[in-house]
Design a protein around this ligand. Structure first.
Ligand SMILES: NC(=O)c1ccc[n+]([C@@H]2O[C@H](COP(=O)([O-])OP(=O)(O)OC[C@H]3O[C@@H](n4cnc5c(N)ncnc54)[C@H](O)[C@@H]3O)[C@@H](O)[C@H]2O)c1
Length: 251
């Protein structure tokens, strides 16, 4: 959506790969000045090289309070404000049945996916409250709506939690001019999905059979929805958990 975010400043976390990288590029295409953040400096810098000169990379681990605080402070020092935030950084974690799930893996996934989203929202909201407006989009998942047999209980719990945070913030801050929504991607072709599928192309084909559109989504298809939710075209959309899943949740 070209020029749908004129004069806006946007932050994208997890911007070094997959959906976050596509979103950073899409926010810039829409006219925003974009701060790309990621825990991995090389991948973040690579994303910024694909973008206009107004784009910046700031390294931060979203699970660490001091780093998130610094990230938002630096973004605002750089651009004077924060209009939009796409809280997208996430990890898939270990694959194990619930009764065998390792405690350390559980803690890490909750720290990154759930606490990380909350920390980003906490410091973004402080800036947006000063501005009297703003739009936040969090990345949940179809795994935020339903359980699965995929041995990913911690991931699923974290993504359900992201929807709880999103809805709570939408209710708490709607009257302050700040909209908070979530994206719920289904199976999207990214490095995360490649890791989960392993080197088995037939597994991807089998999975695609369970998707009404019979294919995986692309990072760009998710990115465009993030841009739309941050734009004025979605000015009355608040508290939405939007599936981008080829119809997966419809059956
Ligand atoms: N790919 C899918 O099919 C799919 C489906 C539903 C939801 N999601 C969600 O979309 C988001 C992006 O996933 P993706 O598929 O693009 O994954 P990805 O692994 O390709 O990219 C994730 C990015 O997040 C970064 N990251 C990881 N931990 C971080 C941390 N602690 N702090 C900051 N950055 C960190 C990684 O370095 C990486 O660049 C995740 O929240 C994921 O759970 C993905």
């Amino acid at each position: 959506m070209k020029n749908s975010l004129p004069d806006r400043v946007a932050l994208v976390t997890g911007g070094g790969s997959g959906i976050g990288r596509a979103a950073a590029v899409a926010f810039a295409r829409a006219g925003a000045r974009v701060v790309v953040s990621d825990v991995d400096p090389e991948k973040g810098a690579e994303t910024v090289r694909m973008m206009p000169a107004s784009s910046t990379f700031i390294q931060a681990d979203v699970s660490v309070t001091s780093q998130v605080k610094d990230l938002i402070r630096q973004a605002v020092e750089l651009h004077g404000k924060l209009d939009c935030a796409f809280n997208n950084a996430g990890i898939e974690g270990a694959i194990a049945r619930l009764h065998e799930y390792p405690d350390t893996a559980w803690d890490r996934i909750i720290q990154v996916n759930l606490k990380g989203t909350w920390l980003c929202m906490k410091y973004e909201l402080r800036q947006m409250l000063k501005l009297g407006k703003g739009a936040i989009v969090n990345t949940s998942s179809t795994a935020g709506h339903v359980g699965s047999r995929g041995r990913m209980s911690a991931y699923i719990a974290s993504k359900h939690g992201v929807l709880g945070l999103t809805r709570t913030a939408a209710v708490e801050y709607g009257a302050k001019g700040i909209r908070v929504n979530a994206l719920c991607p289904g199976a999207v072709r990214t490095p995360m999905t490649e890791r989960l599928l392993g080197a088995d192309p037939e597994r991807a084909e089998r999975m695609a059979q369970f998707i009404p559109m019979a294919r995986f989504g692309t990072p760009d298809e998710v990115a465009e929805a993030a841009v739309w939710l941050c734009s004025d075209a979605a000015s009355y959309v608040n508290g939405l958990a939007l599936p981008i899943d080829g119809g997966y949740l419809a059956h």
